[in-house]
Design a protein. Structure first.
Ligand code: PLP
Length: 398
């Protein structure tokens, strides 16, 4: 057997992709599968965005671009950041990345090594923990609790920080819970971080516009006191239904005090992928600068489905679901069914053709929960709930 470095024995996976593969295989074998598993909008990328990419190719934009991304795109990101957060960022601090995930990768490998701690939300996006383990750093879960609406608790987060802590990962609105951390809690957290100047912050804000019931997203960019140690992750995948285009952006500090993080990530890009493909970058400008009516329509549909899914789940025996305030996920508590979450998710897929994800795929604090992505039609959501009701009424032993 070839000898690979131990880091590759520690690297994890994202089970949503395995569930998607199984659901697809079942569907190909003729089973009627309702997919509430994968976290991607079921809408098409708006036509004007697609056209911008086609035009870019026709205009000859098919060569390398700067590793940081083309300037008009970084300027568009700066304009959009000002519009959504009220904060001015320089296009020089923007990095165009091949998706949202590469920013996680870059930030975590930049700070992680044996002997240091990295704090991350649990339940949370599984790649955080996986990449932390890859670097040899110690992953320290910050529990996201149902009683807090799955928001970060400033007190609990700050209590986990030690002199070994190098990086704190935040995510709001959150995957997999739909939790949104209120501004007051973020203010408390930022205040507490003053006592820990060695801690860098990675704020994953990829669901920033996806909030409901008048809830607003607070960007960590709103706090100048942490700007020199803050990395903000964002991107096109969710907001403009562009998961397969593979492009995201992030904002990095570049002062001497910060350790010139932007320059470091630029060099990582030069070494790994050179640049994001050129036509996609032109599509990114069209997404930011073009009409947002399709985004609004998508959000209105998500909001309607959110109500349907929460009401449906709460009608099921042994299941209760708080109303998520953001993203497009519901995270029902299924402890009352007597089932462990992963066997329940797998039985629902195999026996009832309902694809969803067991909470433990998002961390140890996800036991007792399922994640349902409501990126599917209201009709399919209702059919899925009916099938779940049927399954639970069957009284199958677990
Ligand atoms: N961050 C969070 C919280 C996510 O849920 C996702 C995707 O599911 C990403 C980042 C990654 O986005 P991308 O597909 O652009 O890499």
């Amino acid at each position: 057997m070839l000898h690979t470095v131990p880091a590759f024995d520690r690297i994890g996976d994202e089970n949503a992709f395995a569930v998607l593969a199984r659901a697809t295989a079942l569907a190909q074998a003729g089973k009627d599968v309702i997919n509430l598993g994968i976290g991607q909008p079921d809408f098409r990328t708006p036509a004007h965005i697609v056209e911008a990419a086609v035009k870019a190719l026709r205009d000859g934009h098919h060569g390398y671009t700067p590793a940081t991304g083309i300037l008009p795109l970084r300027e568009a990101v700066a304009r959009r950041t000002l519009a959504t957060t009220g904060v001015e960022v320089s296009p020089e601090s923007v990095m165009i990345m091949p998706g949202g995930k590469p920013t996680m990768y870059a930030a975590i490998v930049m700070f992680g090594e044996p002997g240091v701690d990295i704090l991350y939300p649990d339940p949370g996006f599984p790649i955080y923990r996986s990449m932390i383990e890859f670097t040899g750093a110690r992953p320290v879960p910050v529990p996201m609790r149902e009683e807090n609406g799955f928001a970060f608790s400033a007190g609990e987060t700050l209590a986990l920080i030690t002199p070994r802590t190098r990086l704190l990962i935040l995510n709001s609105p959150a995957n997999p819970t739909g939790g949104v951390t209120p501004r007051a809690e973020i203010e408390k957290l930022v205040k507490g971080l003053e006592a820990h100047p060695q801690v860098a912050i990675l704020s994953d804000e990829i669901y920033d516009v996806m909030t409901y019931d008048g809830e607003t997203h607070t960007s960590l960019l709103a706090f100048p006191e942490i700007r020199e140690r803050l990395i903000v992750l964002n991107g096109w995948s969710k907001t403009w239904a562009m998961t397969g285009w593979r492009m995201g952006w992030s904002i990095w500090p570049n002062s001497a005090e910060s350790g010139r993080l932007h320059d470091k990530v630029r060099k990582l890009a030069v070494n790994c992928w050179s640049c994001v493909n050129a036509p996609t970058q032109y599509a990114g400008i069209a997404a930011i600068d073009g009409p947002q009516d399709e985004v609004d329509r998508m959000m209105a549909a998500f909001d309607r489905r959110r109500k349907v899914v929460v009401e449906g789940l709460n009608s099921l025996p042994g299941i209760s679901c708080i109303t998520p305030k953001g993203a497009f996920y519901a995270f029902p508590n299924v402890a009352g069914t007597g089932w462990k979450a992963k066997p329940l998710a797998s039985a629902l897929l195999e026996e009832k053709g309902v694809a969803l994800i067991g909470g433990p795929d998002f961390g140890v604090h996800g036991e007792g929960y399922l994640r349902l992505s409501y990126a599917n039609s209201e009709e399919n959501i209702l059919r899925a709930i009916e099938r779940m009701a049927d399954f639970l009424a069957g009284g199958r032993p677990h």
